[in-house]
Design a protein around this ligand. Structure first.
Ligand code: RIB
Ligand code: CA
Length: 312
């Protein structure tokens, strides 16, 4: 039985590899569409990049929809210092020919979930603005969401501030709405993704798949890792954040985690965007997310390299 899936993303090299991983496994993942949000780079660029990756994967059957161009309350914040001006720098890919859909991503999410024959899995790889907006506009769609697996947050240190991870920090109000919506949530934060470094040897294994998609993924990861090293924060290979979400859908046995009560800080200037994760439920509230803590990194990169062979 395939899993009906919608990916919401802000490509970004790691989003791009996550899209390739999902598009390379159609026998397990029925990708209904890719909704795009402003994040790593502005919306016009994230939408363009999603279209580029869709064509690289040869999956023009998958609609791409442009969503929210900015967070709900805060001004936009981008990350060109890591991702480059284009957002998926490192791969020289042709202009996309197929256009995005005309429908706004939030409207499409609501319509698609309402009409879905069976509940749909949501995989989110960027700020949660589109998802939160859809839940506010149409709370009934929560009943058509099988589960939401998100890359974001951290049990420990953040990567934008000491407290906050980028996807949550950009739109903490959207994140707070999603974490309190009663969905079946799985949170994959920096504690996991920093165990999965795209080392030169692992990037070489991906490139050795030999397909055009594999070479493009390797080029993007080379760029991504170089920028991480230049930023002085992470040497020895960029943490490969977003494909962890798709890998969890495909091979959950590669991961371990615990149910936790997670709350998002939306008021404090010092800790804005913090995901306060408590496995001991000391605030007396129930767990609202499965928070992953460990990954089998070698198994993860083998899955990516093996999947790239399925693409052209
Ligand atoms: O903090 C890492 C996350 O922020 C990843 O999803 C990356 O693509 C950026 O969106
Ligand atoms: Ca992302």
């Amino acid at each position: 039985m395939t899993t009906p899936l919608i990916i919401d993303c802000d490509p970004g090299q790691d989003d791009a590899v996550a899209l390739l991983l999902a598009m390379a496994n159609p026998s397990e993942l029925e990708l209904l569409g890719v909704t795009v949000v402003a994040g790593n780079v502005p919306l016009a660029r994230t939408v363009y990049n999603a279209r580029v990756i869709r064509e690289l994967a040869g999956r023009l059957d998958v609609p791409v929809l442009a969503g929210c161009p900015r967070p709900i309350l805060l001004p936009p914040r981008t990350a060109e210092y890591i991702h480059g001006e284009g957002g998926i720098d490192g791969a020289d890919l042709p202009e996309p020919s197929a256009p995005p859909e005309l429908t706004h991503a939030v409207v499409w999410l609501i319509e698609t979930l309402r009409l879905a024959a069976r509940p749909v899995t949501l995989a989110t790889l960027g700020p949660l603005t589109n998802i939160a907006t859809a839940l506010v506009m149409a709370p009934d769609i929560a009943g058509k969401v099988e589960r939401l697996v998100l890359m974001g947050g951290a049990i420990g240190q953040g990567n934008v501030t000491a407290s906050a991870e980028f996807n949550i920090y950009v739109d903490p109000h959207a994140a707070a709405a999603v974490f309190s919506a009663g969905l079946d949530l799985t949170m994959i934060g920096l504690d996991v993704t920093h165990q999965a470094r795209a080392t030169p040897a692992r990037i070489a294994r991906i490139a050795a798949a030999g397909t055009k998609a594999a070479r493009a993924a390797a080029g993007m990861l080379d760029f991504f890792s170089a920028r991480y090293a230049e930023s002085g924060r992470v040497a020895g290979g960029a943490p490969l954040h977003d494909p962890c979400v798709i890998a969890y859908l495909l091979r959950p046995e590669l991961f371990e985690g615990r149910p936790m009560e997670v709350e998002v800080e939306t008021a404090s200037a010092l800790t804005l965007g913090r995901t306060a994760c408590d496995p001991h439920l000391r605030r007396g509230r129930p767990a609202n997310a499965l928070v992953l803590e460990r990954i089998d990194a070698e198994g993860y990169f083998s899955l990516i390299a093996d999947s790239m062979i399925n693409l052209r």
